[in-house]
Ligand binder design. Sequence first.
Ligand code: P6P
Length: 339
Amino acid sequence: MDTECRTVTSFVLEQKKKYPGATGELTILLNALLTAIKACAAAVRKAGIAKLYGLAGSSNTTGDDQKKLDVLANELFINMLKSSYTVYVMASEENENMIEVEISRQGKYIICFDPLDGSSNIDCLVTIGSIFGIWKKPDHATNPMDCILQSGEHLRCAGYAVYGSACMLVLATREGVNGFTLDPSIGEFILTAPNMQIPKQGEKGSQKIYSINEGYAKYWDKATTEYVRSKKFPEGKEKPFANRYVGSMVADVHRTLLYGGIFLYPGSKEAKDGKIRLLYESIPMAYIVEKAGGASSDGQHSILTIQPKCIHQRSPVFLGQQEEIEKIEQFYQQYPPGT
Ligand code: P6P
């Protein structure tokens, strides 16, 4: 083991030094989050043996069948965060209403999370993940819902954990994006990907990939249809883009962050705002991708500029290399939503 390795905790403490007024509360919050993520990683790893597969017999606020791991992950996040004394109020994909913290345990942070995203892939062993965004309680705020419904422009930090061939935490703060891999032998997340940057087109390591569920092409609006067509049948000698789609947002966005390209979940004739939830999926992922030098859009503007109106609000989402986001926005200028 590298005796000089850097853990998430030492990394965040070092960052705290840059802010003399920092109280260390965010470090405590992140450590509580890491405990929940490590417990989720352990549960995902042993799901088969521990019979954690299969439906929990309940469904969540947006009608998805809840898997046992969904329920377990949600309870882990809520309990670890409540007992950190750093959270004022929180929102989860799995809970219809916001989750208030009793006054004696309240702190100054707001957290919105999807405890186990992509859970429809659990039983077939496909990569899944957890997504979170952390805001501060606005000064003088009295209404907890106003604290929850903040835009991405006020994010303090955001991240995701990916439960794949390894467990990795990708954490974005004002300073940038850093990747930490869980070393199960010591139960610590070790800094393995400092200063993550989405590759620029033409750079070594940049790949031409578009990530969208092609099965819904019948329902796409004209802008998405024409954009995807331009990737599959490029003009001149340009090579087509490859299509990669896992159906688990954390896996698809993580690959986009590492290899480049674009992730798309557009609105459709069936659902004008698409499927992906704004507060605890699109906004955290947009913050991470933008901090890594990429871009985000709902077709017109950065996802971070959208003012959420309700906890489970959905939004079309495009994330990836700046060049590709500019192109999709040009198509939406030419063919506004609904055309
Ligand atoms: P579809 C998982 O349920 C999820 O919310 C995201 O993780 C994923 O990107 C999307 O849904 C997949 O949706 O409609 O392509 O199956």
